[in-house]
Structures are given as C-alpha cells and as structure tokens.
Design a binder for this molecule. Structure first.
Ligand SMILES: Nc1ncnc2c1ncn2[C@@H]1O[C@H](COP(=O)(O)OP(=O)(O)OP(=O)(O)O)[C@@H](O)[C@H]1O
Ligand SMILES: [Mg+2]
Length: 250
C-alpha cells in the first residue's frame, strides 16, 4: 500500500503532539520508526490506521484520500490494515485460535463470524499455518491468558499475519520478546513484506534491530520528522542528537 502523508497535525486538546509530519512510503517498503518516548510514534500509527483523524494535513492510502471518510468507508479501508499494538489487545478469555481468527472477523459476514466464535472455529488450517510461523502451534486451543506475555505478543503477530493486510503497522512488537524470539519474528514480518510486496511500518526502541533489519529509518522527535534516511546513512551523531544525553550507543 502506498502512503502519502502531508503536513499532518494532531493534538488531543493541548499542544499538537504531531506537529508537521510529511512522508511518503511506497508499496512493499519496510520502514522502522524510532524516537524518544512521547515523540508521537504511536499517534502517527493510529493516524495511519484511521483510529484517529488529523486536525490538519492529509493522508492518502493506496491513492485514496482517507481524511474525511465516513464510518463505513473507514471500516473498509481498515480491513486492509493490520496493527500490532504496544499493548496487544487480545481477548484474554478466548482461546488462541479465536484471537487469531479475530484478524479476519471484520471481513467475514456476521453469521460466519458468530459461528466461528460460538460453535466451531473456522479456517483452522490457516490459523495453524501462522501459528507455526510464530512457534505457537501447540497452543492453538489454549486460553490466551494462560500464555506468557511474550507468547501473547506472538499471538498478536499471528493474528496480524492471518488478516493478510496490505499494510502492517506494528507498535513495539518485540518489546516483550527475548532476543532470539524477537530476531525470529522480525525476520518473519520482513519476509512477509518482501515476499508479498506489502508495506511494513514498525516502531522500535531497539535501535540495533532497526539498524540491522530495516532499509529505511524515520526518526520522530517532538512530533516532527527529525530524520528520514536509508539506514546506511544513519550515523551515531544522528542518534546522539535524536536521543540527547540518554543515548548510550548501539
Ligand atoms: N489520547 C490521548 N490523549 C492525550 N494525549 C495523548 C493521547 N495519545 C497520546 N497523547 C500524547 O501524545 C504524545 C505522543 O504520544 P505517543 O504515544 O504518540 O508517543 P510515542 O512516541 O509512541 O511514545 P512511546 O515511545 O512512549 O511509546 C504524548 O505526550 C502523549 O501523552
Ligand atoms: Mg508508543
């Protein structure tokens, strides 16, 4: 999915937290968004997935302006976008399989969705496939709240892949994963994007991950794009200026 963002501004009553953001992301690109706490990363992702709408500026997704869309049209656009949130938004009492299936509920007719939820989960084979990728196939019928935090995060990643979106947004998806799991899952997301030519945008505090795996880095600071560079051009000085005294080096 191509993304064109122009002069975006968003506040929540007080001063704007996204001040003036413009960027273009091409279909199939893999981008890491970095920046200090509160710099606006999550807010930018929520603008891109139409959970919130900008105060000023415009967003174009796949050639379509999405600012002023009505509820129904916005829902249709959202179906093509999967988001993995910082807090992973799973339903704790649900079995893993039902949480993964939730990725497609929005595009299923109500009767199918209800049958799958209440009577018998549908598309089990597809769910098994994504759970194999995230190494959770043996937990498919477990209650989600019995899993560890990192395992739940992997369920959220499986759900996003199962949705088969055109744009995948992930907000700190590896925060609760151990290094080996994080490394593996980042390869799965990157491989998915590369093979299917789908756009992947991931916010990351883990700079080593960002620099090692993503071809392009966008840094936000105080609600503005601080730099937007091919990874090879990002220098320690850039990172030092971005994080200030808290920067320890990678
Ligand atoms: N719903 C909201 N209401 C009021 N303020 C908000 C809301 N959402 C975000 N903010 C404010 O916007 C600023 C940017 O928040 P955001 O969550 O986008 O930062 P972030 O870059 O994702 O930070 P982190 O690295 O901690 O996840 C913060 O100062 C935050 O308090
Ligand atoms: Mg955030």
């Amino acid at each position: 999915m191509d993304i064109i963002v122009n002069n975006l501004q968003k506040g929540f009553g007080g001063a704007p937290v996204i001040k003036d953001v413009s960027l273009t992301v091409k279909e199939g690109e893999r981008v890491a968004i970095i920046g200090p706490n509160g710099s606006g990363k999550t807010t930018l992702l929520r603008l891109l997935n139409l959970m919130i709408f900008p105060d000023q500026g415009s967003i174009e997704l796949a050639g379509k302006k999405v600012n002023g869309l009505g509820v129904k049209e916005a829902r249709t656009v959202r179906r093509g976008i999967a988001t993995i949130y910082q807090s992973h938004n799973l339903i704790p009492r649900f079995k893993v399989i039902n949480n993964v299936l939730a990725g497609k509920l929005g595009s299923w007719p109500t009767s199918k969705a209800l049958f799958s939820l209440l009577i018998k989960p549908l598309e089990e084979a597809g769910v098994r496939e994504v759970l194999e990728k995230t190494e959770l196939e043996d937990k498919i019928y477990w209650r989600t709240d019995r899993l560890s935090g990192g395992q739940q995060q992997r369920v959220a990643i499986a759900r996003a892949l199962f949705q088969n979106p055109n744009l995948l947004l992930a907000d700190e998806p590896f925060a609760s994963l151990d290094p080996r799991s994080g490394e593996k899952l980042i390869r799965i997301l990157l491989g998915w994007s590369q093979q299917k030519n789908k756009t992947l945008i991931v916010t990351l505090h883990h700079l080593e991950f960002a620099l090692a795996h993503f071809p392009r880095i966008i840094a936000l600071k105080n609600g503005m794009v601080f730099f937007d560079l091919p990874t090879g051009q990002v220098t320690p000085e850039h990172l030092q200026q971005l994080y200030g005294d808290s920067y320890q080096g990678v």
